[in-house]
Write a new protein. Structure first.
Lengths: 162, 179
């Protein structure tokens, strides 16, 4: 298994297509927590489950003012069709050209397979990774780890400002 | 390893006796076709293990992909408040292909509940907070899709067919016997 970037690392910046004609950069989201969910592919049944569950939990992520973004090597048109079919209300980023470049920076790319690991990162307000986790490709990691990481982030934030 | 964070209590929908050796908890969605299949698997497991197995069903509706899942979950809670949870539960899964508001009213009437009261309950989302609370409890326990099974509190990561669930349950029974 690839070694993913550990907590404490500055999250590498990137600019990726979020729709066929729109791009987003990680640095634009500075000031609020960001959840990056790398996943192998649109349409495969397990991924569908994972994204479907996240979709239902969005209000919980929003309570932490956190932005969720899914990332795979699928192209923006594919993402658009997938998001439309599954009613996804969060952005899917296309790590499409050069393929897997962002996933590689995060240690979340499977060279042998040519797609992303099922890897999760929670990035704090200052752009530093506060939690990361990689799940076996066949196992949907759910959302419990993300919620715990966001809560931990909030309590450290509260301590800092106290 | 994902474990059940919300313990089984008398607020749960339970089939079987409290001191059963094994408790199987399912988080399910009434419109999910896989849960429709799992419904029959659970029946088979209950028949096979008898009183050694206690079964608990918790709602986990994925409403964005299943337009009727939320109202079906709320209808099951409505039936539960009137002590007819399992009739509603079975009725929905056995008629899953035609799941609609109409079916829910029909099932309510069939088990002696007021379809009119159910209509009002669904319109005001009377049981939505309860369903949401259950959903979030599932998320915290590591529910990652439906159906999700927990055997004595540990998430079952294998397939959800009889051939996969039964040996996992049997193994625990065996351990309990030799303990």
């Amino acid at each position: 298994m690839t070694k993913i970037l550990p907590p404490g690392t500055v999250a590498p910046d990137f600019t990726l297509n979020v729709t066929p004609d729109q791009k987003i950069s990680l640095r634009e989201l500075r000031g609020r927590p960001v959840i990056l969910a790398f996943y192998p592919a649109d349409w495969s049944p397990v991924c569908g489950d994972q994204m479907a569950v996240y979709n239902e939990i969005l209000p919980e992520f929003e309570k932490h003012n956190a932005e969720l973004m899914g990332i795979s090597v699928d192209g923006p048109w594919c993402h658009a069709a997938f998001a439309k079919e599954r009613h996804l209300h969060f952005p899917l980023l296309a790590d499409f050209e050069p393929k897997g470049e962002v996933a590689k920076k995060y240690g979340a790319y499977r060279e042998k397979d040519g797609f992303c690991e099922r890897a999760l990162f929670v990035i704090d307000q200052d752009g530093k990774i506060s939690w990361s986790y990689v799940s076996p490709v066949a196992v949907n990691p759910g959302a419990e780890g993300i919620l715990q990481a966001l809560e931990d982030l909030q309590s450290t934030g509260a301590r800092k400002s106290a | 390893m994902a474990t059940l964070r919300v313990p089984v209590t008398s607020n749960d929908h339970i089939q079987g006796i409290e001191d059963a050796a094994v408790t199987l908890v399912e988080y399910g969605d009434y419109e999910c076709p896989h849960c429709g299949v799992a419904y029959h698997v659970v029946k088979q497991l209950q028949k096979h293990f008898g009183s050694a197995l206690r079964f608990v069903f918790r709602n986990f509706p994925l409403a964005e992909i299943h337009p009727h899942a939320e109202s079906a979950a709320e209808a099951s809670e409505f039936a539960a408040a009137n002590e007819h949870f399992w009739e509603m539960h079975d009725g929905i899964f056995e008629n899953q292909q035609r799941l609609s508001s109409k079916l829910l009213f029909e099932l309510a009437a069939g088990i002696g509940l007021s379809a009119e009261n159910l209509r009002e309950s669904l319109a005001s989302h009377e049981y939505a907070p309860k369903v949401r609370q259950g959903f979030l409890g599932g998320v915290r326990s590591g529910v990652n899709g439906t159906p999700a099974f927990f055997i004595n509190g540990i998430r079952h990561d294998g397939a959800y067919d009889f051939e996969s669930l039964a040996p996992s349950i049997a193994r625990i029974l065996q351990l309990k016997k030799s303990a």
